[in-house]
Every structure is written in structure tokens, then in C-alpha cells.
Design a protein around this ligand. Structure first.
Ligand code: HEM
Length: 402
């Protein structure tokens, strides 16, 4: 019954003993409101040196959308769109949308901001369409082809990109609809992807998220506050082009996992593929999740404890001339393919100050064949310049567009 569901979901006290009619709605409305938990009430600032949604802890729900400018739309129309989008993103992230605001879909009427973040980026093709090629960053050079790519061009790249994240699926979808409706005739949707992570509050010990292969994924990410973090992830204040100060470059890959194949392998095999334990993410060279992997350590039989082709060895910064990136992915599941296999995997998103010192060298190495790549298919790819966060009164991308 609805009553049971409501209290099980932590909304105890919402519905009083059936007095409010068949569904208890009117009683619920009369009762004093239940305070939001931090899941619902947390708001992430829109303004700042960097856009939100990069170092923000990964939310449970995500939408990625790419748009192409419509024929005839240029710099002026793009600037107006970014102004509208920024204003809406700011209000939604602050939870400021008044209930019943005209034109609002009402999808998230009774919810708090739930850590909503909206992040905007520009693709390489945007610059020619808006006559801004003089401001095109060198870092937006097309990613090289990789031998294992099986990319769907229609689901790759795009002029404009939006990343939405929230800890409530209705809040995330509400933001998606509000932003999509504001596009009006300025642009057309090119592709859209939906992803998810674990919901806050579902594990006893908050830990790094797991992906759909069951691995703890994100352990050895660079962390804010660490030496070199800003240098690796963000364009410096004095960086070029100047409109990218405080910005970052996002590489997106839709990576399907061959889960039927993966799930047939033993736990020991699966752990060898990555070089970490599945249960807690500890490196196979010993210790716990956050112990540094010892890539030289050998077992009693003389073999390397972290195999020569283990994913963590091949991707480690020390194997790649220091190349580092911040991985902040969402998992995805888009149903099943014709052969019955799940169409599921990782919406891999890597953030870095320069893709040539982050994603590219590492993917080149993976492309030569690490143990994990046998279970993966790269199906879509995109690269976006994500400018720094706006100052108060400014819209995202204003320093580029004005
Ligand atoms: C580490 C999974 C794709 C770069 C890891 C770890 C796992 C993992 C479980 C170990 C824990 C951690 O430190 O996060 C996956 C899966 C992928 C994937 C399931 C695809 C579906 C990629 C790609 C790249 C990449 C495409 C970059 C081109 C890295 C890096 C590390 C890492 C840099 C950290 C290495 C270190 O410093 O120890 N990945 N990965 N991964 N992965 Fe991946």
C-alpha cells in the first residue's frame, strides 16, 4: 500500500491513518512538512572559479546532452542561449524556482536541489559556426583515431554540451526539460545519454563508487587539494586562450562492457585484469583501497602481483610520463541488444587541463591492449572545452562570446 511505501522511504508522518481519503493525499498536505534530508537539501554553488560538476562528488543520476546550432544561428544567438541556460541553471541549482512558476513543467515542484549541477561545454565545430576560430583552443584538436574504436558519429561530438547531475532522478529530468525547452530554434539536439551511480546513503561506509563490472572505480583519482591537482585538471588563470581560465577539457567516451563475457570469468581472473581486489579495491600488491599499488612486487612464484597487462599498471601516471586525469563517470544501461546482451557500460568522462597530457597518451597505451580492453567497446566519443565558472551576473562562456 502507498502508506507503507511512504514510510519505508523515510517519509514517516506524511500520511495519517487513512483519514485523508483513499490515497491519504489531503492528510499529507495538512501534516507539517517533513524536513528534507541532506540528499534533498544540498545545493551546489553555480558561481566560482570552476564550473560545478567537475570536482562535485558524482551524483546518482546524470544526463549528457549535445546540441548543434541550427542553420542560421551564429554567435549572437549562441550568446543569448548561453545566457538563458546559465540563468536557469543558477536558479535550479539554488532550488530557487518558485513552485508553479509560469511555464515550469512542475516535475520537481516538491523537491530540494538534491546537489543538482549543470555544466556547459563547447565542441570544436562550435567555433567555425560562430566565426570564432581565432579563439579555438589548441587543446580542442580532434582526438586521434584508436584502433579499437567502433564509434557512432551521430552519438559523438557536437557544438554544445550539457552535463546534468543530481541525487534525485526527477530533479535531474526537470533540469533536462527546462534547459531543452530554452533551446527554442537556436539549436538541435544531437545526442543524449543517461547514466547513474550509487545513491547517497545506501552504503554503511561511504566509499568510492562501483561500476557495472562490480569494480571499485575512482580510487586513484587525483584529489582536490593534492599538489598539482589544479595544474593537471584546470587551465590556469594566466592560461590560453584567456576565456578558458579556470576551465577544463572533458573527454567523453560511451564504453559498452561485454558483461555476459565478463561475468563468466572467475573472481581471481577478474581481479587480475584490473590489478585490484573486487571486494574493497585494494591493490593486489597488498594493503587497503588507498594503499599505493606496488608495481614491482612479486609473489612467491616470482610473478608480478599486478600483472604486466593489468589496467592499473597500464594507466598509472608513472607508466605514462605523468599523464593524469580526473575520471568522473556515470554507468549506463540502455536496455538489451538484438543478441540479448545488455547495452550497458560506462559513460566515461575524464577532466584535464590538456587532453594531450591526460586522456590521449593513456588511451593510446590501452589501445595497444591492456587486459580490460578485451571486455570493452568504445562506441561514442566527444571532446569539449568547458570554460571556468561564471562570476556573479555573468553567464557561462561570456568571456568567449562577447
Ligand atoms: C583506474 C576501470 C576505462 C584510465 C581504474 C580502476 C578501475 C578502472 C576499476 C582502478 C581503481 C581506480 O583507481 O579508479 C575502468 C573501466 C573502464 C575504464 C571499467 C571502461 C569501461 C579507462 C579509460 C581510461 C582509464 C578509457 C583512460 C584513457 C584510468 C586511470 C586509472 C584507472 C588513469 C588510475 C590509474 C592509477 O593511477 O592507478 N579504471 N577503466 N580507464 N583507469 Fe580505468
Amino acid at each position: 500500500r502507498l502508506l507503507g511505501t511512504a514510510s519505508a522511504a523515510g517519509a514517516a508522518g506524511l500520511v495519517v491513518g487513512g483519514a485523508g481519503g483513499a490515497y491519504g493525499y489531503s492528510a499529507a498536505q495538512d501534516a507539517p512538512p517533513t524536513p528534507l534530508t541532506t540528499v534533498g537539501s544540498t545545493a551546489v554553488p553555480f558561481h566560482g572559479t570552476h564550473q560545478a560538476g567537475i570536482t562535485t562528488p558524482a551524483q546518482a543520476h546524470g544526463h549528457l546532452l549535445a546540441f548543434d546550432l541550427a542553420p542560421g544561428a551564429g554567435r549572437k544567438q549562441a550568446a543569448a542561449l548561453l545566457r538563458r541556460w546559465s540563468d536557469t541553471a543558477r536558479r535550479l541549482m539554488a532550488g530557487e524556482v518558485p513552485p508553479g512558476a509560469p511555464g515550469d513543467t512542475g516535475i520537481a515542484l516538491d523537491a530540494g536541489p538534491a546537489s543538482l549541477t549543470v555544466t556547459f561545454g563547447f565542441g570544436r565545430t562550435f567555433f567555425a559556426r560562430t566565426g570564432l576560430t581565432a579563439r579555438l583552443p589548441r587543446e580542442l584538436a580532434p582526438l586521434p583515431d584508436f584502433s579499437s574504436d567502433a564509434l557512432d558519429k551521430k552519438r559523438s561530438n557536437g557544438d554544445l554540451w550539457i552535463q546534468i547531475g543530481a541525487n534525485d532522478s526527477l530533479v535531474a529530468f526537470h533540469a533536462l526539460r527546462a534547459l531543452q525547452r530554452e533551446v527554442a530554434k537556436t539549436a538541435r539536439l544531437r545526442w543524449q545519454m543517461t547514466g547513474f551511480n550509487r545513491s547517497p546513503g545506501t552504503t554503511r561506509h561511504p566509499m568510492t563508487v562501483r561500476n557495472l563490472m562490480g569494480q571499485v572505480d575512482g580510487t586513484n583519482n587525483p584529489a582536490p587539494g593534492e599538489k598539482d591537482f589544479d595544474k593537471r585538471i584546470f587551465v590556469p588563470a594566466s592560461g590560453t586562450p584567456s576565456w578558458m581560465a579556470g576551465g577544463s577539457y572533458a573527454v567523453l567516451r560511451r564504453i559498452r562492457m561485454l558483461l555476459d563475457d565478463w561475468d563468466e570469468h572467475s573472481l581471481a581472473d577478474q581481479e587480475k585484469v584490473v590489478g585490484r581486489r573486487k571486494s574493497d579495491g585494494a591493490p593486489l600488491s597488498g594493503g587497503s583501497e588507498h594503499t599505493d599499488p606496488n608495481l614491482d612486487k612479486r609473489g612467491k612464484d616470482g610473478s608480478l602481483l599486478i600483472a604486466a597487462d593489468a589496467h592499473v599498471r597500464v594507466t598509472a601516471p608513472e607508466s605514462n610520463g605523468g599523464a593524469a586525469m580526473l575520471r568522473r563517470p556515470f554507468s549506463f544501461h540502455d536496455g538489451f541488444r538484438d543478441d540479448g546482451a545488455p547495452d550497458a557500460g560506462l559513460l566515461f568522462i575524464a577532466w584535464q587541463a590538456d587532453p594531450l597530457r591526460g586522456f590521449v597518451p593513456v588511451q593510446r597505451k590501452l589501445d595497444r591492449g591492456d587486459a580490460l580492453s578485451r571486455f570493452l567497446r568504445h562506441e561514442a566519443s566527444a571532446l569539449f572545452a568547458v570554460p571556468g565558472g561564471p562570476d556573479k551576473g555573468e553567464y557561462v562562456g561570456q568571456r568567449l562570446l562577447e
